[in-house]
Design a protein. Structure first.
Length: 281
């Protein structure tokens, strides 16, 4: 019986991966124009639940793993709750007094006490590094293995492995993970999953709810051979609930210049709208 319980998380991960491959994959070469117009290269993978279809631009890249960067905050928050690193999503962690900047300007939202909720909203790196340290290497590895997250490699330091270390995940794996989170079938407590679903609400309107997280990985694109170009990767992952239906998505793009970062959200929402995830303006 004990062996069965130890095998269950791996079976959950296998079922999710099998479901991903079982879905019909539909290539959208016409999305290439939207990427070209935005002057970025990347991939978008969308699982349309009702149609059981994986819509994709650049399927090869959608299966290629990259550093998760701040998209890992979603997983990290689950670990923080179930290890007791924090009491709940509003439990404040004091600011350490180190002034942190974004684009050379001090970030007021980072330079104060934060919680899982505010840290998710403002992508507060130091907060999620602290809860990872509280969880510790052994417990973090255990949860990574149970959930089958990415390549499961947390080498590089307990507060760096998703930023500069060994962890890698593909757009396909991101979508599989998010589907389990939305359904509450990850090997975390129901409470932890409900909390994380709440704090990942990125935007809501009269007829939709968008759960999402951005990520920006510095020196994260090992496939970029030209040292003269930026090798940063931008992520935008999540799901949309609209009209009783759900669309799960994962986008990553090459960030050649800082202004490319905004395209993660703009481009993903534009293409999701063509699939019906958002109402046409």
């Amino acid at each position: 019986m004990r062996r069965l319980f130890t095998l269950l998380p791996a079976l959950f991960a296998l079922v999710a991966a099998t479901a991903s491959h079982a879905a019909d994959w539909k290539e959208h070469p016409e999305w290439g124009k939207a990427f070209a117009d935005a002057h970025v290269k990347g991939t978008l993978l969308v699982y349309e639940e009702g149609a059981q279809t994986m819509h994709v631009y650049d399927a090869e890249r959608a299966r290629r793993p990259y550093l998760p960067a701040s998209t890992f905050k979603v997983f990290n928050a689950l670990v923080a709750i179930d290890t007791g690193a924090v009491a709940d999503e509003f439990d404040p962690i004091p600011w350490d007094g180190k002034v942190r900047s974004m684009g050379g300007t001090p970030n007021a939202q980072w330079n104060r006490a934060n919680s899982l909720a505010s840290g998710m909203r403002y992508s507060t790196v130091w907060l999620y590094q602290e809860v990872a340290r509280r969880a510790g290497q052994q417990r973090m590895q255990s949860w990574i293995d149970k959930a089958g997250y990415g390549n499961r490699d947390i080498s590089g330091g307990i507060d760096q492995f998703w930023l500069t270390g060994g962890l890698r995940i593909s757009a396909e794996q991101q979508v599989a993970f998010l589907r389990q989170l939305a359904d509450g079938t990850l090997p975390f407590s129901a409470r932890a999953q409900e909390i994380v679903r709440r704090i990942t609400i990125y935007e809501a309107g009269t007829d939709f709810i968008l759960h999402a997280k951005t990520g920006w990985g510095t020196h994260a694109a090992e496939n970029r051979p030209d040292p003269a170009k930026s090798d940063d990767i931008g992520w935008y992952v999540g799901w949309v609930e609209h009209g009783g239906k759900r669309w799960f998505f994962a986008m990553n793009i090459d960030i050649a210049k800082p202004e490319d970062g905004v395209q993660r959200v703009t481009l993903a929402k534009k293409l999701l709208t063509t699939l019906g995830a958002f109402s046409q303006p």
